[in-house]
Design a protein around this ligand. Structure first.
Ligand SMILES: [Zn+2]
Length: 456
């Protein structure tokens, strides 16, 4: 699988142009360099190199001492230079792996290159009046290409791999990896083989898949298509195919160019990079706790499913850790995160979450009140104790106060009391209702106990 990821940088790969927001007017984020005008000199973006190295280190890759950029020649109007600057035989990193469900998916390489522009075809089919436009805002935007060895065995594994990569990229801060913004695109290479055979069949490559769901479906479709071709006596053709979301099928795009068609050669305008070892080691030492390690640590203190859910998302895991550091009880804090926070991803501060969970666990406010307090705390940033006090949510759990209340309830409900003592246990509901009317903040559990004691 090849995965293209846009690293988190302010500017493009080889020039000072800012990264265009999605709604930018076409061709407003361009300059001489990314327009490919003659006589200009590209300069590598250090932030992109750093993001690539962080990713490579998190993927357990080796970082060679020297790396260089190469020209990949192709004539297509989405890159006006007539070539793409990429990396061929000396990539930024090689030979890593990603832990996935207890086994290793080998990573062949993580390298840097530049993105292409976007072609927009418009016009009128009926009159064959076609017009094509090009928007070069994306031309020259940095891309990391993460290439795995053929170790993925199913559509499920391929999807899990892409999701785990996204978590990893966000954890190390290399990319926001937002698929909806095109910051992570997957290109699975798919081939099948007879059960028991070691040899993989001819592969097809699916281009630019931009959702996990599409990735899963496209692979399932393509496996089935190849099986039908082979079983009807045909041959699978090596080619690039696209995925039609509307039709839920893959379709032929172009037959695959062999590597030599691109006539790669070293980029003459950028000297080879010598990667400073001290810098590489600094980046390695500064890597945060990686998702697999974090999940293992959380699994030591939480039920497996809860640990998976929290450990799979950096924001939730950070929230959990800060809430625990602020005294939040581990299991209830985890449950609040999974049940109440994860569905909306509206995050309170760790401190406020810890305080909220303690209020609920200590019986000072009810769970329902806790939900409301949580929402308000997220919106206003104020502390749960403040909000609860303002709403008068603080529950009365004090025995002596509740005893006075319960006695008043018993005095004013002689019929319900007689019913209850005569064996009609449901009469308790009427007594509790009266008690709640008198004191909405009464802790229902404790109040019920006090009533039972007095009636018994
Ligand atoms: Zn530019």
């Amino acid at each position: 699988m090849e995965v293209h990821v846009q690293p988190r940088t302010r500017s493009k790969m080889f020039c000072g142009c800012a990264i265009a927001p999605l709604n930018a007017e076409p061709n407003t984020h361009v300059c001489e360099v990314c327009l490919g005008l003659p006589g200009v000199l590209p300069v590598p973006n250090k932030a992109a190199v750093e993001a690539c190295l962080k990713t490579a280190l998190a993927l357990n890759c080796e970082i060679p001492r020297h790396t260089k950029f190469d020209r990949k020649n192709y004539m297509y109007p989405d890159l006006p230079k007539g070539y793409q600057i990429s990396q061929y035989d000396l990539p930024m990193s090689v030979n890593g792996y990603l832990e996935l469900g207890g086994r290793r998916v080998r990573i062949r390489r993580v390298h840097l290159e530049e993105d292409t522009g976007k072609l927009i075809h418009a016009g009128d089919k009926l009159h064959k009046a076609w017009e094509s436009y090009v928007d070069l805002n994306r031309a020259g935007v940095p891309l990391m290409e993460i290439v795995s060895e053929p170790d993925l065995r199913s559509a499920d594994e391929a999807r899990d791999y892409a999701m785990e990569l996204r978590t990893l990229l966000r954890t190390v801060g290399a990319s926001e990896a937002d698929m909806e913004k095109g910051q992570l695109r997957a290109e699975p290479n798919i081939s099948i083989r007879r059960a028991g055979s070691e040899e993989l069949g001819v592969k097809t490559e699916l281009k630019n898949i931009n959702s996990f769901r599409a990735l899963h479906r496209a692979i399932l479709y393509e496996v089935e298509r190849q099986r039908e071709v082979l079983e009807s006596g045909g041959k699978v053709v090596q080619e690039t195919r696209g995925w039609s979301e509307a039709e839920q099928r893959t379709f032929e795009q172009r037959s695959k160019e062999a590597a030599e068609d691109y006539r790669y050669f070293p980029e003459p305008d950028i000297p080879p990079l010598e990667l400073d070892r001290a810098w590489v080691e600094e980046l390695r030492a500064a890597l945060p706790e990686l998702p697999a390690v974090r999940r293992a640590r959380l699994a030591g203190m939480l039920p497996v499913a809860v640990a998976q859910a929290i450990g799979g998302d950096r924001d939730l895991a950070d929230l959990y850790d800060t809430a625990i550091a602020n005294g939040g009880p581990p299991v209830s804090t985890a449950n609040w995160i999974v049940n109440e926070i994860a569905p909306t991803m509206k995050l309170p501060s760790g401190e406020n979450l810890a305080e909220l969970v303690k209020l609920v666990d200590g019986g000072r406010i009810t769970r329902d009140q806790g939900r409301e307090v949580l929402l308000e705390s997220v919106e206003s940033g104020r502390t749960p104790a403040e909000i609860a006090a303002e709403h008068g949510y603080e529950q009365v759990s004090d025995d002596s106060e509740l005893r006075v209340l319960a006695e008043a309830v018993i005095d004013s409900n002689p019929k319900a009391v007689a019913d209850f003592r005569g064996g009609k246990k449901q009469a308790m509901q009427a007594l509790m209702a009266d008690l709640r009317k008198r004191a909405p903040q009464a802790n229902p559990k404790v109040a019920n106990q006090v009533l039972l004691e007095l009636l018994g």
